[in-house]
Design a protein around this ligand. Sequence first.
Ligand code: R5P
Length: 292
Amino acid sequence: MLIVAGSASSKLAERVAKQLKCELTKPELKRFPDGELYVRIPADIKGEDVAIIQSTCYPPNQNYMELFLLLDAARDLGAEEITAIIPYFAYARQDKRFKGGEAVSLHTVAKLIESVGTNRVFTVDMHAHRIGGVQEIFKIPARNLTAAPLLANYLVANYQLEDPVIIGPDEEAERWAMDAGEALDADWDYMIKKRLGPKEVEIKPRKLEVEGRDAMVIDDIISTGETMVEAIKITKRRGARKIYAACTHAVIAGDALEKVRKAGAEDIFATDTIEHEISKVSVASLIADAIH
Ligand code: R5P
């Protein structure tokens, strides 16, 4: 097995290669004056099983193009089985046609990934809530892994917790709250969110009692931070002792971190699906196990 490190996931790819004790190659990348990308895989991959790791975080179009070139080059160069590992999978939010005439971007990128000869796909906590699973959008084997138990383990390994409780800030976060809660054998619940605008949300709690307890609010993404801020404020108002903010993908736009800290988060942590200063939890073991 050879691990190919896409430029958006180079540290994660190193960690995966280390876990699997297998060879790692870092492609040569150049950008031409007109913006076109040049990619070269500096390894003999003929007959090899190859795993290409590339998150499609900002800038998504560029990172996708690099991924397509790497996948196609691997196929062309005679790789045996090609696994595309896309820890942060961009374009997943447009998973249906909301208005007539729209492109269903998730389907488009899935078709492109398949068409370059990929054999299987792994992603982590993909943001596609309206579909039953990743297998619905790919014709090749595809699996969505979850980092929620890893985030929960980080919390217990680093803090002395008082009667912990796990909270998803909206209905879509129910599955992450459940997975994290089950990993800790702790109570879990989710809140009800109404999006009022791109930077404004209204969140209402449900029944779970948080008074005097330590809470971890868990989501797939922290972007503007608004969802997390509102969820933390409510949790605080309802009497929680300490509140921790966790997410899989540190998209982090503008002053999101500052806002979440100000709202009262003791710590903010994410995984390394996107490399960021708050990426304190690695998904390398999750990916290594899946590849294995
Ligand atoms: C939305 O459904 C997602 O799961 C996240 O809650 C959302 O992307 C977070 O965005 P923001 O940080 O901008 O509120």
